[in-house]
Design a protein around this ligand. Structure first.
Ligand code: SAM
Length: 289
C-alpha cells in the first residue's frame, strides 16, 4: 500500500475542475505523445450517434431475459457483504443501463439510488420499472460519463457498477472520479460478472449465450473508443466473451494505481465445480475517513 500522501495527491487531480482540465489537456497531449492523443475526452453531453436507442433497447432485452437471474442475488450479496441494509444516503450505479440492479438494491436498502449512464435512452424504461416495483420515489437518472462524473466531491455513500468498466475509455480517470465523488468512508464495488450464489447451470447458460454471440448482439453494447473496440473485437473473435481474468486484473491494478488508489481488494469469485465458468472480477475500495 502506498502512503496516504500519494493517495490524496492523486485524488486532488481528480478534483480538478473540468475547465482547468480542458485548459491543461493540450499541454498534457504534447507531453504524453500519441498514446494520450488517442484517448478521447469525456462526454459532457449525450451523443446519440455513439450511444443509441438501439443499443439501449438491446441491453434492456438482455437484462430482462438471459441476464435477469443475475441482479437479485448480486444485490443480495452486495447488501450482505457491505452491510448496506440500514444505510441511508446516496447510492450510484455507474453504467446501470436498464437499472435492474438498482431496482433490486432499492428493495434491500434505504438508500436513494441514481442511475448514472452515458446513454439516456435507458431512462424512460428505468423509471417505468422503478414505478412498477414501487420504488419510483427512491431513484433518479442522470446522464454521466464515468470519466467526468456530474456530481460534487464527497457526494455518494456507495458507488456500484456491473458490466460497465470494460467500456470506459480511460479507466484510471474514471476510478479517480469515483474516488472524488465518494464520501469519506464511502464504498466502491465495481466489476463485471455474477454473484457466487448464481446457480452454476444459470451461469453456464448465460456464458454459452454470450459465447455464441447471442447476449452480446442482444445487448447491442460495444466500446466507443476505437482502441477499446479493436481490443474487444479481437478478444471476441478469439474467445467469444471469455475475457482473460489475469489480464483484466492487471489492467484494473494499473488503472487503480494511476488513479492514486492504493488500498483496494480484487475479487475473482470462485464457485465449487465451476472451473470452466467465469464468474467475473470485482474491485472493492473505500475512501478513508
Ligand atoms: C453491458 S451494459 C451493463 C448495464 C448494467 N450495469 C447491467 O449490468 O445490466 C454497460 C453499460 O455501461 C454504460 N456505459 C458505457 N460506457 C460508459 C461510460 N463511459 N460512462 C457511463 N456509463 C457507460 C452503457 O451505456 C451501458 O448501460
Amino acid at each position: 500500500m502506498t502512503g496516504q500522501n500519494q493517495t490524496s495527491q492523486t485524488i486532488q487531480t481528480g478534483q480538478t475542475s473540468r475547465t482547468a482540465r480542458s485548459r491543461c489537456l493540450p499541454l498534457a497531449l504534447l507531453g504524453c505523445g500519441l498514446a494520450a492523443a488517442i484517448a478521447a475526452e469525456p462526454l459532457l453531453a449525450p451523443d446519440d450517434t455513439l450511444h443509441t436507442r438501439e443499443a439501449a433497447e438491446g441491453m434492456i432485452r438482455a437484462a430482462s431475459t438471459s441476464l435477469a437471474p443475475v441482479y437479485a442475488p448480486l444485490a443480495e450479496q452486495i447488501v450482505r457483504d457491505f452491510q448496506l441494509a440500514e444505510m441511508t444516503g446516496i447510492g450510484i450505479d455507474l453504467g446501470s443501463g436498464p437499472g435492474s440492479l438498482i431496482i433490486e438494491l432499492c428493495k434491500r436498502t434505504r438508500l436513494h439510488w441514481i442511475n448514472a449512464d452515458i446513454n439516456p435512452h435507458f431512462f424512460p424504461h428505468f423509471y417505468k420499472m422503478a414505478e412498477a416495483a414501487g420504488v419510483g420515489h427512491r431513484v433518479s437518472a442522470v446522464f454521466a460519463d464515468a470519466q467526468a462524473l456530474p456530481f460534487r466531491d464527497h457526494y455518494a455513500d456507495v458507488i456500484v457498477s456491473r458490466g460497465s468498466f470494460w467500456l470506459w475509455e480511460d479507466p484510471a480517470r474514471a476510478f479517480a472520479e469515483i474516488y472524488r465523488v465518494l464520501k469519506p468512508g464511502g464504498l466502491a464495488y465495481i466489476g463485471r460478472g455474477f454473484p457466487t450464489t448464481l446457480p452454476l447451470e444459470v451461469a453456464r447458460r448465460i456464458r454459452e449465450g454470450q459465447e455464441s454471440g447471442a447476449t452480446q448482439t442482444q445487448s447491442g453494447i460495444a466500446p466507443a473508443n476505437p482502441t477499446t473496440q479493436k481490443r474487444a473485437k479481437s478478444a471476441k473473435a478469439s474467445k467469444g466473451m471469455k475475457y482473460d481474468i489475469k489480464q483484466t486484473e492487471a489492467d484494473l491494478r494499473a488503472a487503480l494505481s494511476a488513479a492514486g488508489i492504493a488500498d483496494f481488494r480484487i475479487h475473482t469469485p470462485k464457485v465449487a465445480g465451476a472451473d470452466d465458468i467465469n464468474y467475473g472480477i470485482w474491485v472493492e475500495f473505500r475512501k478513508p475517513r
